[in-house]
Design a protein around this ligand. Structure first.
Ligand SMILES: NC(=O)c1ccc[n+]([C@@H]2O[C@H](COP(=O)([O-])OP(=O)(O)OC[C@H]3O[C@@H](n4cnc5c(N)ncnc54)[C@H](OP(=O)(O)O)[C@@H]3O)[C@@H](O)[C@H]2O)c1
Length: 371
């Protein structure tokens, strides 16, 4: 049996169907399962394409029905989902336990009465391909991909499926579509989601703007490349990691020859910031209560649009400093919402119910903030 590629596979907040009775050989089932899930015996949901009756469990009889079973204290309980099985989607990443995506996506399915569930697939580094294959084999119809697997997802789709233009430009994939005919599409909705949020919140696009991005990691690089393709007037990348900065510069010069791009150390951002129209903070600085703003108030001015990709806390010291200087500000909730909405549309061909998704996110964040 192949190694189990997940540290955990969960459907948080989703009530499972009523049990229809344990199979005659449940003990055998639990032994098989326990071996595959060595260290997480509690609250792990395993999704198997499987056996179309419960009398004899036989690993070779696949693909008639889907069963969900929960493993608690090494005893398995089997739920038959059978004919009305929900369609399964989820997030592949590591770690993923604190992700708000299930709350947002399950609210969207609920609002449109789509019989689908969105879960969390925690796949440690190096396990992306095994995880994606396992989900695909087991009937999942799509997945989001997050750290540290976005590049691996790009390589996987490049080899086995079709990439959208956006994924090809960003060289990373955050949305997988497992089509019913067995084909595979990889998209990246991060930058599009960011631009949707910019449009919704500020009624602007990046086109013609002088843009400053702080950070050159996954999100910073994606937004830099996306900016280059959205005809910004100029682009500056300020980051502490010289190597990552330089690699991004080289990708940008290759992708958009002739675009005025410049990289600089993070500590010099304060000098160029006042001349920029749009400033995007893409580092995790501000997530911890003791974090200070990466830029002082003097770096901002009225007439600027300032976005911090962090959404928890909702107002970072960075956004506070920008607001004090008179800039218009937004946190990362809009990007989270809109990248999710675009994934949702890719999977279902339905317009995402933004209000229900936003409310679910706000409720979850409020709950998280409670002591
Ligand atoms: N709202 C959304 O939908 C959304 C989407 C994606 C990401 N995000 C947020 O954006 C942030 C970055 O995510 P990511 O995926 O880009 O992470 P990442 O790939 O790990 O990149 C993080 C970047 O921040 C820099 N950084 C980290 N700590 C720093 C510090 N103390 N001082 C200065 N720079 C620092 C890193 O520099 P080094 O290379 O030197 O480490 C790197 O450039 C996270 O807070 C994430 O939650 C939000």
């Amino acid at each position: 049996m192949a190694d189990w590629p997940f540290q955990a596979l969960k459907f948080p907040g989703v009530s499972l169907p009523e049990p229809t009775g344990a199979p005659a050989n449940a003990a055998f089932f639990s032994v098989v399962t326990a071996r595959r899930l060595p260290s997480h015996p509690v609250d792990v949901y395993n999704v198997e394409a499987g056996f179309h009756h419960t009398g004899a469990i036989n690993n070779k009889r696949l693909l008639e029905n889907v069963f969900l079973f929960s493993l608690k204290e090494k005893s398995a309980t089997l739920w038959t989902v059978s004919a009305s099985s929900p369609i399964l989607y989820g997030l592949i990443g590591h770690p993923v336990a604190h992700s708000l995506s299930p709350v947002m996506m399950n609210a969207a399915f609920h609002a449109l009465a789509i019989d689908a569930r969105y879960g969390l697939a925690d796949a440690p580094p190096g396990q992306f391909v095994a995880a994606a294959e396992a989900l695909r084999r087991n009937g999942w119809r799509g997945a989001n991909v997050t750290l540290p697997h976005k590049r691996a997802a790009f390589r996987y789709v490049h080899a086995h499926g079709e990439l959208t233009d956006e994924a090809r430009i960003l060289q990373t994939v955050n949305t997988l579509v497992f089509h019913a005919d067995g084909t595979l599409t990889g998209d990246n909705t991060d930058a599009q989601g960011f631009c949707d949020a910019l449009r919704e919140t500020f009624r602007i696009s990046l086109c013609g703007k002088r843009v400053l991005i702080l950070g050159s990691g996954g999100a910073g690089s994606a937004l830099a490349l996306a900016s280059a393709f959205r005809r910004v007037e100029s682009l500056q990348i300020a980051a502490r990691n010289t190597g990552a900065r330089r690699r991004l510069m080289s990708a940008l010069r290759h992708a958009a020859p002739g675009l005025p791009v410049e990289d600089l150390p993070l500590r010099q951002a304060v000098h160029v910031a006042p001349a920029c129209d749009v400033i995007i903070q893409t580092t995790p600085v501000g997530m911890k209560s003791e974090d200070a703003s990466l830029l002082p108030e003097s770096a901002f001015r009225t007439g600027q649009w300032v976005v911090d990709l962090i959404y928890s806390p909702p107002r970072t010291p960075f956004l506070e400093a920008a607001a004090r200087a008179g800039a218009r500000t937004a946190n990362g909730l809009g990007m989270l919402l809109h990248q999710g909405a675009r994934s949702f549309h890719r999977w279902t061909s339905r317009k995402a119910p933004l209000d229900a998704m936003r409310q679910a996110l706000l409720d979850a964040l409020k709950k998280k903030a409670l002591p």
